[in-house]
Design a protein. Structure first.
Length: 119
């Protein structure tokens, strides 16, 4: 079955950096757009960004644009989000999700990895 497993979360001071990884299995990874989402305590899930199946296009939310970058390694079936200049408001559980190319809905989700940014 399809599995998405996030890792790399933790505690970091404001202004610091983290890189999250999401390892995928059970799907043809190169045929999926990969998205990152987050849910902060007491808030709705928020879109962070997405990288398209070929890796040549990514779209980031305004709240993280210029600070976060998504990349992927299709040979390793892994997608990453590099998070720089972290702020306390970036504290959330971060999830990766897979969307089959040319479709609009995410079919598969990971279990999430927590990120806490201290001020």
């Amino acid at each position: 079955q399809v599995q998405l497993v996030e890792s790399g979360g933790g505690l970091v001071q404001a202004g610091g950096s983290l890189r999250l990884s999401c390892a995928a299995s059970g799907l043809t990874f190169s045929m999926y757009d990969m998205g990152w989402f987050r849910r902060a305590p007491g808030k709705e899930r928020e879109f962070v960004g997405v990288i398209m199946w070929r890796g040549d296009t990514q779209s980031m939310s305004d709240s993280v644009k210029g600070r976060f970058t998504i990349s992927r390694d299709n040979a390793k079936n892994t997608v990453y989000v590099q998070m720089n200049s972290l702020k306390p408001e970036d504290t959330a559980v971060y999830y990766c999700a897979a969307r089959q190319r040319f479709t609009s809905s995410y079919s598969y989700w990971g279990q999430g990895t927590p990120v806490t940014v201290s001020s």
